[in-house]
Write a new protein. Sequence first.
Length: 351
Amino acid sequence: MMASERIPAQALRHFAERLLQAAGLQDDMARDVAEVLVEGDLLGHDTHGLALLAPYVAEIRGKRMSVAGRPDVISDREAALCWDGRRLPGPWLVREGMRTLEPRARRFGSATLVIRRSHHIACLAAYLLQAAERGLVMLLSSSDPDGGSVAPFGGTRGVFTPNPIAAGIPASGGPFLIDISASTVTNGMCNRLQKAGEQFGYPCLQDAQGQPTTDPSVLSGTPPGTILPLGGFETGHKGFALAVLIEALTGGLAAHGRADPAEGWGATVFMSLYDPEAFGGLAGFVHQMDWLADACRANPPRPGTAAVRMPGDRGIARKREQERDGVLLHPSIAPMLEDCARQYGLEFPHG
């Protein structure tokens, strides 16, 4: 496959759904997972889109991802819930959580769900548009109790995963989509660069002795190096604090996390939906966000910057372009999916 080949988004969704079904995943789950993975690529998060499809299939084959059933309800106080995800596919669990929370958020103003023992939830930004376009504010975060590639500020041993946090915020000129990690870089990007024999352009990691490095291969060294918290050596106390907050929202509220035995690649999830109508009103909320967007986008750019963008502007523009013209996948993705598809007698689509 040529790196410049564009593939229709719907063809990719159909392929991903069929592949997941062939691997044994329940039909509705396969549909949700396929849509979320393609959404990740549409928005430009190509380490957390279809790059995850073959690994997810491997998890199904290895019986490390559950393929059917429902989460167990640990507690339900209507506006606050806790589920045991039973290692069901993360994208389906998050979407099912959104379907559960929306009517409650409309009724109570806000509703929150934490999920223990979810499988990996893919690209956090992929969930935000749906909520924001329905006039809801969404807050979503996750951690993986099985991983520890990020060191605390001042330390040299991994404790945290990159611990992403995301928010979808309605605005009339297009929603703001915030998707950041408490670390300088993600595991996905480290894995991609390591496989390609490439390095980062700045020292975002440290070796086991705490020396700065651009080489992602230190993560697989003996002893392993670590990813630096957001802010690096200078202001990494901020990323460290953010990681601790995310651990409290996920593992803390779910009462399941790093203090428990590891069960494999997965996630502990925190998610909340807020209905602005229950507070100052949606119209007033959007008015405030629109003012903020106008003030930022009209801000005089510094040298070397064409214009100030709001969080999500680039991703939403990329999504519109790729829905129209086809998805431009990272060159590493198609060969991996072609190999995976052959195991089930399927063909990977081309443009």
